[in-house]
Design a protein around this ligand. Structure first.
Ligand SMILES: Nc1ncnc2c1ncn2[C@@H]1O[C@H](COP(=O)(O)OP(=O)(O)OP(=O)(O)O)[C@@H](O)[C@H]1O
Length: 417
């Protein structure tokens, strides 16, 4: 298990991670989500002992990474697939990593087979495609047959077959009882792969819950209603009637209406009473992507000037009400309506492992430390220059950038796959 408690990282004035507490448990794939620059890679580097926390702790199997005995056999990681000596063959790259960690050479051939690179094992990695590089990075992570695995954007550059392979691999690793922690920007992929989600925004915890809970806590059930295209007045009439009855009405891109706050039978009755024929009346639940967008839109650092100026919103139809802002979560867009609760309040969310709300609100400030985000402007910030990669911390032998280690407290079977 990975456990972070009050984890904070500052780079000069920049607070990359603030008071982050979470657990990543074995036997499940835990997705790690957050907008660009929200602190995912920094968190992973701290887990792997590549960066020192400014405050707080993070342990693997109860030990800081650097104190794990034979760490490369306890924890494996893919952080940067490009961090490979391009002049070396895939096999030699893995062999050198194996030698450093006392892993037998036969394991190199095994993992090359697992990731499907056996036929190009003797080719120099500088000729590898992005997808091949990702596979080589995954092979390096698997080398020590670790119980704990961290993957930073593992499906980057992979084709659909490769993405499916990674998905099945993650699930299989978790099914073997391993701890699998994976960051990704692909929500649809996370919805298919992860059992549990940890979501951060501007370095702070936004959610720590199962995918199912995350979607229901951050999205609203809604109905789609479509009136005959030939008569736009019917749409307006229905929109007014539904609004009058207490529903929230938003336009869909295809001309339908999205209705929140009214059950389907009631919508049907209202339409009937108003003399409006319906071509569609269907129940819906927002996708993980919509739920994620809704949760994180207040914590996005980098936003297109086009989005800033015109937004994604469409003009509302007559009688329709704009979505209400949710405290601490920014202004919802048309695709991310507030939950259908009185006053547009955010839903009750499950408690996190430390008693703090694991859902919409960030964890409280660390004792004695001011919250650096307390005064953060709601408006998007100016894009900053890309951050330089953090150097390995201190003088301790750092793991190879893409190959980090695995935890001591959990038993593991050698060559289990
Ligand atoms: N070595 C560093 N020095 C200064 N600032 C840094 C350093 N590393 C990261 N940062 C800053 O910390 C913040 C978090 O960066 P991080 O790379 O952890 O985010 P991320 O969530 O992984 O982003 P992405 O999804 O774009 O990879 C960013 O604002 C980044 O510029």
């Amino acid at each position: 298990m990975i456990e972070a408690v009050g984890l904070t990282k500052r780079y000069g004035d920049k607070t990359a991670v603030y008071n982050l507490s979470f657990q990543v448990r074995p036997g499940a794939v835990t997705g790690f989500l957050g907008p660009n620059g929200s602190g995912k890679s920094t968190t992973m580097r701290m887990i792997l002992g590549l960066d020192n926390p400014t405050a707080g702790t993070v342990t693997i199997g109860g030990h800081p990474y650097r104190r794990l005995p034979n760490a490369p056999r306890q924890v494996g990681a893919l952080l940067d697939a490009k961090a490979v000596h391009g002049g070396r063959s895939a096999r030699n790259h893995l062999l050198s990593l194996a030698q450093l960690s006392g892993i037998p050479a036969r394991r190199v051939d095994e993992v090359l087979g697992v990731v499907g690179l056996q036929d190009v094992a003797k080719k120099r990695s500088k000729g590898f495609s992005l997808g091949m590089g990702q596979r080589l990075g995954i092979a390096a992570a698997l080398l020590g047959d670790p119980q704990v695995l961290l993957f930073d954007e593992p499906v980057n550059g992979l084709d659909p077959e490769g993405i499916l392979w990674v998905r099945n691999l993650m699930k299989a690793l978790a099914a073997e009882g391993r701890t699998v922690f994976v960051s990704s920007h692909l929500m649809s992929e996370m919805a298919l792969t992860a059992d549990h989600l940890i979501v951060i925004g501007r370095g702070q915890l936004l959610a720590d819950m199962s995918i199912t809970d995350f979607i229901s806590a951050n999205s609203a059930d809604f109905a789609r209603v479509r009136t005959p295209d030939s008569d736009p007045q019917l749409r307006e009439k229905l929109s007014s009637a539904l609004t009058e009855a207490g529903g929230r009405v938003l336009p869909e891109q295809d001309g339908a209406l999205r209705i929140m706050g009214l059950p389907l039978p009631r919508i049907s009755d209202i339409a009937h009473d108003a003399g409006v024929r319906l071509w569609e009346l269907s129940p819906h639940q927002a996708s993980l992507e919509e739920a994620y967008m809704r949760m994180t839109q207040g914590a996005v650092d980098y936003r297109s000037t086009i989005d800033q100026k015109s937004g994604l919103q469409q003009p509302l139809p007559p009688g329709a009400q704009p979505p209400m802002p949710v405290p601490g979560q920014g202004q919802p867009g048309w695709y991310a309506p507030p939950p259908p609760q009185a006053g547009g309040q955010p839903p009750t969310v499950p408690q996190g492992p430390y008693g703090a709300p694991a859902g919409a609100s960030p964890a409280g400030p660390a004792a004695g430390q001011p919250n650096p985000y307390a005064q953060a402007p709601a408006a998007p910030q100016q894009p900053a220059a890309p951050a330089p990669a953090a150097p390995p911390a201190g003088g301790a032998p750092a793991p190879a950038p893409q190959t980090a280690p695995q935890p001591a407290a959990e038993p593991k079977s050698e060559d289990a796959r």
